[in-house]
Write a protein that binds this ligand. Structure first.
Ligand SMILES: [Zn+2]
Ligand SMILES: [Zn+2]
Length: 66
């Protein structure tokens, strides 16, 4: 699979991830790694937050930050 953003510019870069927002494949230059906290509430333990990550393309990362 090739990066969608590079493809629209006429280039073909191998994709390293898939955008969680729109499903487009993105190369390392066009991927934005977003970290967020996942909250867990175990029955017998105090709630904890685990850092997780998701991949966004540029347009989706911009839309998220608005
Ligand atoms: Zn790209
Ligand atoms: Zn996207």
């Amino acid at each position: 699979m090739h990066c969608l953003d590079c493809h629209t510019r006429g280039a073909a870069s191998p994709a390293v991830g898939v955008c969680r927002g729109c499903g487009a494949a993105v190369c390392a230059d066009h991927a934005r790694i977003v970290t967020y906290e996942v909250r867990r509430r175990p029955l017998l333990a105090p709630p904890s937050e685990t850092p997780a990550r998701s991949v966004r393309c540029f347009p989706c990362a911009q839309a998220d930050s608005r």
